[in-house]
Design a protein around this ligand. Structure first.
Ligand code: CA
Ligand code: CA
Length: 291
């Protein structure tokens, strides 16, 4: 009887060991900033960030905002200090004519695995009277790459000083947050943050990209790892290294249309193996006991 209890205990232990391994797998944030181009060769008309839906569910992009930590070296910043909403339609609110500013689509849903570009429509974009067609032409985007613009004009003359754009110096944090996020409320509600640390990556290289991967550590799920800098931009697509890192379907060349597999098969197989091994042990022990 005692042996039986021991055996059942071992079965449970082995089964749970499979579950434990599942739980220690690094958890991805729902939305990940995968790439930033913060600097253009002339004025910064076409700054963008790229966002990847890693959640496995469809997400309404307009439920989210982009937030900003102006100085990550300063202890006086309690998390992102500014936030700009992603909104449909024309985000123009200033007195000047922004009739050529980009009209965002009325609905913006991101399927699992989708990648989207967020164009930081800043004062340089305004001065250049840049349109979405200009943005697409600048990066030679194919038709399936989706773009949404955000108001990044913080100039005194035309914009809102609470806005922010992508700086080419300092140590900045660019974050994705839910639209109801309260600035200066710490990092607990930050979904993911990509850092631009020019102390490490200086000088700024125009028209080249900084790219990001999984979070640095499990206990800071929001802080993304910078995996490469000053590489050729891949606007609207994940790099091959990112596809591997995020488990996006093997063989896909277009992350905009290919859903990630989020392959849980190895874990399932491992658990089945544990239980099978335990059952074999139980039956062989039982036979020994019967003999
Ligand atoms: Ca810039
Ligand atoms: Ca990319």
């Amino acid at each position: 009887m005692l042996k039986k209890i021991t055996i059942i205990g071992m079965v449970l232990l082995l089964a749970f060991s499979g579950i434990t391994i599942t739980a220690t797998e690094p958890e991805l944030p729902d939305l990940i900033i995968t790439e930033i181009v913060a600097d253009n060769a002339s004025s910064d008309v076409f700054e963008y960030i790229e966002i990847f839906n890693a959640s496995g569910r469809t997400i309404d992009l307009y439920d989210y905002s982009i937030a900003y930590v102006a100085d990550l070296t300063s202890a006086s910043y309690n998390g992102p200090n500014k936030k700009t909403e992603l909104v449909s339609g024309n985000f123009s609110t200033s007195l000047v004519d922004r009739s050529r500013a980009f009209d965002n689509p009325s609905e913006f849903l991101l399927s699992p695995g989708d990648v989207v570009l967020i164009w930081f429509w800043n004062f340089d974009s305004y001065e250049a009277r840049a349109t979405i067609s200009d943005f697409r032409a600048y990066y030679d985007l194919s038709d399936d790459v989706r773009v949404v613009a955000i108001d990044a004009d913080n100039s005194a003359a035309t914009g809102n000083p609470d806005r922010f754009n992508l700086q080419n110096s300092g140590y900045r944090g660019i974050c994705i947050v839910e639209s109801n996020f309260t600035p200066n409320s710490g990092y607990d509600d930050v979904i993911s943050m990509a850092t631009l640390d020019y102390g490490k990556i200086q000088p700024s290289m125009p028209d080249l990209a900084v790219v990001y991967g999984k979070p640095v550590k499990a206990e800071e799920k929001w802080r993304l790892n910078m995996t490469a800098f000053w590489i050729e931009p891949t606007p609207g697509y994940l790099t091959e290294a990112q596809k591997l890192e995020f488990d996006v379907g093997a063989g896909s060349t277009d992350s905009n249309t290919a859903a990630p597999t989020f392959d849980k098969l190895p874990k399932v197989i491992f658990t089945i193996l544990c239980v099978s091994a335990a059952l074999v042990f139980v039956f062989s022990s039982k036979r020994r006991i019967e003999r």
